[in-house]
Design a protein around this ligand. Structure first.
Ligand code: LRH
Ligand code: MN
Length: 431
């Protein structure tokens, strides 16, 4: 059966509608930036260079404990998920990598999955293990924990699952494993905090030893949920301690939704950069808890401030600075592909704006204790409309000037609805 695909020619054709306008805006912005001795071409090249991984679980609709409202034409297996990831990549050109979740995406034939991905310009980023759910064929339950469970047999089972993720990832060409565990308690006294952390390290040391030479392991902290009283790996400090104890291949992954409300996440990023232990990110946004909303949709200034720390480190060539950028979102009410495209665009926007910061003026204001000047330097960059740069970067990379417009005009979702009749309610999202 012919699979519906958005053709490059269709994208080029649609771009014609907006090309002239974007070129005009681009030239105008070029002149404005020239007045500040900023060469717009550098920024456009930077925009073309930023790469973000898509979560395989992000191309299906997500839900909450209350409900999930499936979308017709959702992917039914990992191959259809890659088709959708390839469509996002085709239109925004900044998402050539996919992060898989095992066993949700466990491939029967990893080598053929790798070929399928490569034929669509995709490669695999960090693998994600899952010891927060019980699989039907699983011997021991993770109800009371996994890598920190009081029963050594459960810990062993969880360690073996993580090692299996590494083995699958090695065939797929991945170079990292992300370990997020739900381990924690709902009641005071349920867990012994020090014993639980010792068991975590003990288990992680076995996983660490199984890492191939050029692999990394990303430790993902989270304040709460699904445990609602205590979580073993609850904050960046605990994660940092563990990454340091494990060794140079271990580092700390920052999921923007995994902190208490109003925590200064850009400060945590600056700390982990300085300590040489920033693994990377699960970008998303939130208003209250781990809402997994679209990146930049609620707190765009925070996203800019995070990229301000990242660009500052990039320009200072801080040692061990090689962060992995991934999205980790749950699309409950939008077309997941539209949300992923919009979020990828918002990351590139924050990155380019962060490159617009006048770092000399900022340092001067900081050293001269001029807070208002410092803030205004950042605000100048954050309030700069870089849309012409983002659109031009996409177009030069063979993508769409207006990805959402091209996607909607293409009829892709309708095409997939016909191609993917849902035999039964499928769940490609988190829930
Ligand atoms: C936990 C988390 C983790 C994933 C899961 C889908 O909240 O952020 O990164 O494994 O979401
Ligand atoms: Mn995450």
């Amino acid at each position: 059966m012919k699979h519906f695909e958005i053709e490059d020619a269709f994208i080029a054709d649609q771009n014609l509608k907006a090309k002239e306008e974007v070129a005009e805006d681009y030239d105008h912005l070029a002149n404005k930036l020239q007045r500040k001795n900023i060469d717009i071409e550098n920024l456009t090249a930077k925009a073309q260079g930023l790469q973000v991984a898509i979560p395989s679980w992000g191309v299906g609709t997500g839900g909450t404990r209350f409900a999930r409202f499936p979308l017709q034409g959702e992917p039914r297996d990992v191959y259809e998920k890659l088709e959708d990831c390839a469509t996002v990549y085709k239109l925004v050109r900044s998402t050539p990598a996919v992060s898989l979740h095992i066993p949700w995406d466990k491939p029967d034939d990893p080598a053929s999955l790798r070929r399928f991905a490569r034929e669509r310009g995709l490669h695999f980023d960090a693998m994600n293990s899952n010891t927060f759910q019980d699989q039907t064929d699983q011997e021991l339950s993770y109800k009371f924990g996994s890598l920190t469970h009081p029963d050594a047999a459960v810990r062993r089972q969880a360690v073996e699952h993580n090692i299996e993720c590494i083995e699958i990832g090695t065939v797929l060409g991945s170079k990292a494993l992300t370990v997020w565990i739900a381990d924690g308690g709902n009641f005071p006294g349920q867990l012994h905090p020090r014993r639980a952390l010792e068991r975590y390290l003990e288990s992680m040391q076995v996983i660490y030893k199984a890492l191939p030479e050029n692999w990394r392991v990303f430790l993902e902290h989270k304040l709460y949920e699904p445990a609602f009283y205590s979580t073993v790996i609850n904050d960046w400090g605990t994660s940092y301690y563990c990454a340091r104890e494990l060794g140079s291949k271990a580092a700390c992954l920052v999921d923007l939704g995994h902190h208490a409300p109003n925590v200064n996440i850009e400060m945590i990023v600056a700390r982990l950069i300085q300590l040489g232990k920033l693994a990377g990110f699960h970008f998303n946004d939130s208003k209250y808890g781990d809402d997994d909303l679209d990146a930049g949709s609620i707190k765009p200034f925070q996203l800019f401030l995070v990229f301000n720390e990242l660009v500052d480190a990039e320009l200072c060539s801080v040692p061990y600075f090689d962060p992995a950028y991934m999205l980790d979102q749950s699309h409950n009410v939008t077309d997941p592909l539209e949300s992923l495209m919009m979020s990828a665009v918002e990351l590139t926007r924050a990155y380019v704006q962060a490159h617009l910061v006048d770092r000399q003026a900022l340092t001067e204001a900081q050293e001269k204790c001029d807070p208002l000047k410092a803030l205004s330097v950042l605000k100048d960059a954050f309030t700069s409309d870089v849309a012409p740069i983002l659109a031009t970067a996409r177009e030069r990379s063979g993508g769409a000037i207006d990805p959402i417009q091209v996607y909607r005009t293409s009829g892709y979702r309708k095409g997939k609805r016909e191609e993917r009749p849902a035999a039964h309610p499928v769940s490609a999202g988190i829930v």
